[in-house]
Design a protein around this ligand. Structure first.
Ligand code: NCD
Ligand code: ZN
Length: 305
């Protein structure tokens, strides 16, 4: 195999779980080594719901960045039905809050405090559109009648599309998309919708965790789907379309919580994500599109330099 070398701007990670305490202190080095900035997910226990929480969490992150490394945490608030627009405004004015995250209650790890009735947050979302702060969405319905493999597609139809019709000015990032349905929806959706794509969803399909034995370290939410969906994600990112950018969704859990009769969702990927991505883009003959995906499209949607 021939060696290739090329230089890209330092990437950013537009969806990252750093956790807190000892876990934060041990995982931060991998993100700081590989990424200039990251959107920090707020699903701690208890969650980061107010601007004061975000300021305190940002301080805890900054304290453990290894000396000599530059890394900028971009903070998010966990949207609840009790979120106050005055608090969002304060966070935006102080430059502390970059986005809000919408978890449908019960959709994923630590989402119990998320939104139960979407109608109850519409006025908050209208305010967000006015101040032009993006909404990041975990796009899965939680209806137990809906098959887990269909939850993203059904979310688009039942929740996302009606929401966008009602508040078209709101800028939305559909997080960690896993389906062709989401790819198509984002491509057709005009300038106010974009999507993050994880490295693992470009590499694994559902066989990875279900065929030949159950492999809990490949279990995450949304769950990886069948091969046709993985191929659609690969073509979307390798096409160079600027609506798609990297959000690793690196989500560390202790081994005991993964290798368990009821293991938790989340794949820890910040360690080797960029080398894995280089493989994906090389396989698709699209190495020239890698920099856009990891370093350019994200800042442009987020209106960051
Ligand atoms: C994430 C986590 O562990 O916090 N898990 C996951 O499977 N992706 C939550 C999330 O982003 O859904
Ligand atoms: Zn996540």
């Amino acid at each position: 195999m021939s060696e290739k070398e090329f230089i890209i701007r330092k990437p950013d990670d537009w969806h990252l779980h750093l956790r807190d305490g000892e876990m934060l202190a041990s995982v931060i080095q991998h993100s700081a080594a590989n990424f200039e900035r990251a959107i920090i997910m707020p699903n701690l226990v208890p969650p980061v719901v107010t601007t004061d929480d975000a300021i305190a969490y940002k301080d805890r992150i900054n304290q453990v960045i290894p000396p000599g490394m530059s890394f900028q945490p971009l903070m998010t608030l966990y949207l609840t039905e009790a979120t106050k627009t005055s608090d969002i405004k304060q966070g935006v004015d102080l430059g502390v809050v970059t986005a809000l995250k919408l978890y449908p209650a019960g959709a994923t790890t630590n989402s119990e405090n998320g939104v139960k009735e979407f109608g109850n947050v519409y006025s908050i979302l209208e305010f967000m559109a006015e101040v032009d702060i993006p909404l990041l969405i975990h796009g899965e319905v939680t209806d137990p009648e809906i098959d887990i493999f269909d939850r993203e597609a059904v979310f688009i139809e039942r929740v996302l599309d009606p929401l966008r019709k009602r508040i078209p000015e709101l800028r939305i990032v559909m997080e960690h998309i896993t389906t062709k349905d989401a790819v198509d929806y984002v491509i057709q959706g005009g300038p106010n919708i974009a999507a993050t794509v994880t490295t693992h969803h470009l590499i694994i399909n559902r066989n990875a965790y279900l065929a030949g034995g159950i492999r809990p370290h490949y279990y995450c939410l949304p769950v990886a789907k069948r091969e046709t969906h993985r191929m659609a994600l690969r073509s979307a990112v390798c096409s160079g379309n600027e609506k798609f950018f990297l959000g690793t969704d690196s989500a560390p859990h202790l081994d005991g919580a993964k290798e368990n009769a009821c293991g938790c969702a989340g794949i820890y990927t910040s360690v080797n994500t960029l080398s894995c991505l280089a493989h994906v883009f090389e396989d698709e003959n699209a190495l020239d599109k890698l920099e856009g995906f990891v370093s350019v499209h994200g800042p442009s949607f987020y209106k960051q330099k």
